[in-house]
Design a protein around this ligand. Structure first.
Ligand SMILES: [Fe+2]
Length: 340
């Protein structure tokens, strides 16, 4: 048999010199009895980062279990790898908060995959867990802009003709029911055609704005009734093809995005969804939570319409909703519970 001793010693020395890896300290594996899963765990056990080691141990366990439980064929696995390769080539991996027009396919493809498989929603719920009674989070989406115009209470965030009128009012409270004054609210929504302002060319800020709560925590503004919209996932891109293959659609239910910032409280990114929307239970990005489904009422008194500042004398929808913010300490406690 060829004697590897000298060559191995040379290689081992080079490994130590170049990468700080001491071969003699790697776990000894009985290849005749160890499963492939145990072999990979043993090899990864030298990882100096305990958290990374833990995450990869679980990743390997679940991946190997997935393969065993599905009896996946070589052909299927090659197709999966081809899909992931195409997904990686699909779009730039830009995970910033700048608004992007989804129609121009700038939305990162892997982020889209994470969204449609519900992973983004799950990670968000765990990491942004809220205490009982506090408003839950929902996805930020790609259309947030942190430089939207600031309005006075009662003003309209939508220009005339953008959709059916909607009056939004409520309070921002802490978990004990105390009002939070001077809370900065960001509100943004699709218009009556299911389009965000950044999807128009030329565009201009519309159907979005910021305002602050008054001394008693109140806010109110005029908006339009949002409608469900189609996320334009090109059918010839990997995630688009996957969605079609799974027999799903690419609609999001109508929603009003909100972000609330107040000193002493954890910033809340959320959205309100509307009772009766046919897409509530099949949101393509899995963003809906039951506690965020709201109902509107119809105000038919035209004197109220006029008093609220709407241009046209016609009935309008009224959305009343209070938001409850939690402190960083309360959220940390909730996070701890969510991952137990
Ligand atoms: Fe949205």
């Amino acid at each position: 048999m060829f004697d590897y001793t000298d060559k191995a010693a040379l290689t081992a020395n080079k490994l130590t010199a170049d990468h700080g890896i001491d071969l003699s300290k790697l776990p000894k594996i009985d290849m005749s009895t160890a499963s492939i899963t145990e072999i990979v765990h043993a090899m990864n056990s030298n990882c100096p980062d305990e958290r990374m080691k833990f995450v990869f141990k679980n990743l390997v366990d679940h991946l190997h279990d997935f393969v065993r439980e599905t009896s996946i064929t070589t052909e299927e696995w090659m197709s999966a790898l081809e899909f992931l390769t195409q997904t990686g080539q699909g779009n730039p991996s830009v995970f910033d908060l700048q608004p992007v027009a989804q129609s121009d396919s700038n939305y990162p493809e892997f982020k889209r995959l994470s969204d449609v498989l519900g992973v983004s929603s799950l990670v968000g719920s765990m990491n942004d867990a809220k205490p009982p009674g506090a408003t839950e989070v929902s996805d930020l989406g790609p259309f947030f802009a942190d430089d939207a115009l600031e309005f006075d209470n009662g003003a309209s965030i939508a220009s005339e003709g953008k959709g059916d009128y909607m009056w939004v009012e409520g309070k921002v409270l802490d978990t004990k029911g105390n009002p939070i004054s001077n809370c900065l609210l960001h509100a943004w929504e699709a218009d009556g055609h299911g389009m965000y302002d950044v999807q128009y060319s030329p565009g201009g800020s519309d159907c979005r704005g910021r305002l602050r709560t008054t001394d008693d925590g109140s806010f109110c503004f005029r908006a339009v009734v949002p409608v469900p919209y189609l996320i334009p996932v090109p059918s010839d891109n990997p995630v688009g093809q996957l969605i079609v293959s799974l027999g799903r659609h690419t609609f999001r239910p109508a929603h009003l995005h909100m972000m609330l910032e107040a000193p002493g409280f954890e910033t809340l990114v959320t959205a309100l969804y509307f009772k009766g929307d046919p897409f509530l239970t099949s949101d393509v990005v899995c963003g809906v939570k039951t506690s965020l489904i709201v109902d509107t009422t119809t105000e038919t008194d035209l004197a109220v319409t006029r008093a609220r500042g709407f241009v046209e004398a016609k009935s309008h929808q009224v959305l009343k909703h209070n938001f409850v913010l939690a402190t960083p300490e309360e959220c940390a406690e909730a996070r701890k519970r969510s991952i137990q």
